[in-house]
Design a binder for this molecule. Structure first.
Ligand code: ADP
Ligand code: MG
Length: 698
């Protein structure tokens, strides 16, 4: 059979030059093969009509038959939606529309029998179906029974009669014209090990499912294959790089580390901190270059682990640097670290954008001669003028603020890449970490230092302010401090800034007896630091701020975090902000203030925040709600999520299987040179020939 990737779809029966152009432009489909790999986005089971009372938690698109009882609009502005109650005599389900409300009310009338298709979603004990497809009963009688595939198309295509149904017909023509088995794209041993079905059967059933069971198997096969090649590619490069580059060997633990451990450490390390230090120690002692992601929830004590890792570097005659995303955070790190290490005589410096020229030159000199052991700073550290004598370890705090490119620049500061430790308090779900940072080893601090009380989170409506202020007053009288955060979508937006300033004035009026300070991103660094300092020193009782305080700031005495307009924040951001309290021994609170008008999704977000303090659970939920493309960290890192069928949020188990099998193969045949792996090589070349290899620059 001829190569499907070279056959132009314009020659496919039912396509022709005009439609071919639409396929090219709108869907980037050029060849028979492109079309074959254009998968349906849903299936509708036309063979069966369900009863409303049969609906349970985990159903695909289903068909119902019944009538609309009534319509009602709820909410306002962006949250406005139309709700219809739909009944078939066995129960009632709500239908929801967020768009086209007027059109729906005009088109569908209560009391007429309709067939309805949609995916039920559970909300509490009830179910609803958002944007169902509704047909009058007569229209569907002639429709084909069985599982029917639906393809997405664009408005432009639809206006040229290329709707889902038309694509279905073209797909049928394609399948008929291929008329034979497809060349298999997985080697026999992988098929056997993963127990997937053959490609031909999978492709046939993904477009024309013969049964729900075969459809599931087809989906499994194609998802597996997609994730498998992704993993094989990442892992292959990781292994090559580790072999080729090698890393600095920190072969002993010396006086700095030991003296610090025995003399300076103000508390016992948690077991998780000890475990992670052992993992890092094994890496840096191995002769390979370390590339490790350290995940630990806010307050879990990552900084200390970073510091002790840097001491390992210094013990072995290397320099180390710690890079933080903001000046405030860098100076906080600098202060706490220089205080901690003062007794062991290490030379620590701070370098930020506001370091004076003279000072800066002195530090540059010290780095070049090796006189400076530890340098803490911001982006200023990656400027070309900053050169090291022998940089052995780079620690990057709160990684999601640094792009891939910036990290790559740090690499270049040596003839050999230093060890890299990336710390993040925004836990990346495992599945995402495996895909995006397939080559990073991951350490997790999953334990908080003892004595911390879990933060209590409360969702409060705006009209309950009076009671809230009374409890704030009580907290301050007990000696605690309070954060109040306002959202700024863009720090340049004037109205937002006004919002903050009004809030500041209002709080000053409500609490005339207390000192209030204010911090936002539009301030000059010096001014910002001065305000910040008022709060850190305890002089100010209340800090009114924007999310500039989101990252890393440490004031253990602050016990209440109030977040205004909490509906305007994403889950990770809320969690990050909440992490600013609960750092001392007192009971802490996080109050999420909102109005009454909230969308379903916002309610879900708030519910999750109230329910759990677990950053991993929150980021998993975030991934489910928003999808990976929006996750913090992935956008900045510029990694495109153009998966055709697999879903990072949902297919974690398949991903794990794919990774395991990819590792097994590379263990046996690192170069993929065995005959049995011929197909793997061919597919990798085909799939990744245009893609950038991110694993080389993480
Ligand atoms: P994060 O992981 O959010 O960066 P930090 O490193 O800022 O957390 O640590 C939070 C607080 O916990 C700091 O005040 C730090 O001194 C303290 N801390 C860290 N490790 C321990 C420990 N093992 N026992 C008690 N307190 C600790
Ligand atoms: Mg931190």
């Amino acid at each position: 059979m001829s190569d499907l990737s070279t056959r132009d779809i314009k020659f496919l029966p039912g396509v022709g030059p005009k439609k071919a152009e639409l396929f090219n432009k709108e869907l980037k489909i050029f060849s028979f093969e492109d079309l074959l790999y254009y998968f349906p986005y849903k299936y509708i089971d036309r063979s069966r009509t369900y009863k409303i009372k049969e609906i349970d938690g985990n159903m695909p698109y289903i068909q119902l038959r019944g009538e609309i009882l009534n319509f009602e609009t709820q909410g306002e502005g962006k949250g406005r939606r139309l709700i219809a109650r739909f009944s078939d005599g066995t129960g009632i389900i709500e239908l929801v529309w967020f768009k086209g409300i007027k059109f729906i009310i005009e088109k569908y009338k209560p009391g007429i029998e309709y067939t309805l298709f949609g995916k039920p979603t559970r909300f509490g004990s009830k179910f609803n179906i958002a944007h169902p497809e509704i047909d009058p009963i007569d229209d569907i009688i002639d429709k084909a029974p069985g599982l029917q595939a639906y393809y997405s198309t664009t408005e432009k295509m639809k206006s040229h009669f290329l709707n889902s149904k038309a694509i279905q017909k073209i797909m049928y023509n394609l399948w008929k014209s291929i008329n034979g088995p497809l060349p298999e794209t997985l080697p026999a041993q992988v098929i056997a090990r993963s127990q997937v079905i053959y490609l031909t059967e999978a492709i046939q059933n993904i477009h024309f499912p013969q049964s729900p069971d075969l459809l599931r198997k087809a989906q499994f096969r194609l998802k597996f294959e997609e994730l498998f090649y992704l993993q094989l590619n990442i892992l292959r490069f990781t292994r090559q790089r580790q072999k080729k580059l090698g890393g600095f060997r920190f072969d002993h633990i010396g006086d700095y580390f030991n003296n610090f451990y025995h003399q300076c450490l103000p508390f016992e390390l948690t077991n998780a901190q000890k475990r992670v230090l052992r993992e890092i120690r094994a890496d840096v002692g191995s002769g390979k270059q370390m590339n490790r992601l350290l995940q630990g929830d806010v307050g879990s004590g990552k900084t200390l682990v970073a510091l002790m890792s840097m001491l390992m570097a210094v013990d072995n005659g290397f320099q180390a640097c710690l890079m933080a995303p903001t000046e405030i955070l860098a100076s906080q790190h600098y202060e706490s670290i220089s205080e901690l290490v003062a007794p062991i005589g290490i030379h620590v410096e701070l370098l930020t954008g506001s370091t004076r020229k003279k000072e800066r030159e002195r530090i540059h000199e010290g780095l070049l001669t090796g006189d400076v052991n530890l340098i803490i700073g911001t982006h200023a550290l990656i400027e070309n003028t900053v050169l090291f004598s022998n940089l052995g370890l780079v620690v990057i705090d709160e990684q999601h603020r640094f792009g891939v490119e910036q990290r790559a620049r740090l690499w270049k500061k040596n003839n050999r890449p230093p060890h890299i430790l990336v710390m993040t308090a925004t836990p990346i779900p495992r599945t995402l970490a495996m895909t995006v940072y397939g080559d990073l080893d991951v350490s997790v601090i999953d334990e908080l230092p003892p004595g911390r009380k879990p933060i209590q989170t409360i969702h409060q409506y705006d009209n309950k302010r009076g009671a809230l202020y009374a409890s704030i007053r009580k907290q301050i009288e007990m000696g605690r401090q309070i954060y109040i955060v306002y959202p700024l979508i863009q720090e340049s937006e004037r109205s937002d800034l006004k919002n903050l300033e009004d809030g500041f004035k209002h709080i000053q009026e409500v609490f005339p007896e207390f000192k209030v300070c204010m911090v936002h991103g539009k301030m000059k660094p010096a001014e910002k630091d001065a305000e910040m300092q008022k709060f850190v020193s305890g002089e100010a009782h209340i800090m009114v701020a924007t999310t500039v305080i989101e990252v890393g700031v440490n004031v253990p005495n602050a016990s209440v975090m109030i977040i205004e307009n909490a509906e305007r924040f994403g889950l990770s951001q809320l969690h990050q902000l909440r992490g600013r309290v609960g750092r001392g021994a007192d009971q802490s609170y996080c109050i999420l203030m909102t109005s009454h008008k909230l969308s379903q999704e916002t309610r879900k977000r708030l519910e999750i925040m109230v329910r759990t303090n677990d950053g991993f659970e929150i980021s998993e939920a975030d991934l489910q709600l928003r999808g990976p493309g929006d996750m913090e960290g992935t956008q900045q890192s510029g990694i495109a999520f153009d998966l055709k069928i697999a879903n990072i949020a949902k297919d974690g188990q398949i991903l794990q299987l794919a990774r395991d099998i990819a590792n097994e193969i590379l263990d046996k045949d690192p170069e993929l040179s065995l005959t049995e792996n011929y197909v793997l090589n061919r597919q990798l070349q085909k799939i990744f020939k245009k893609k950038i290899n991110w694993s080389l620059i993480s």
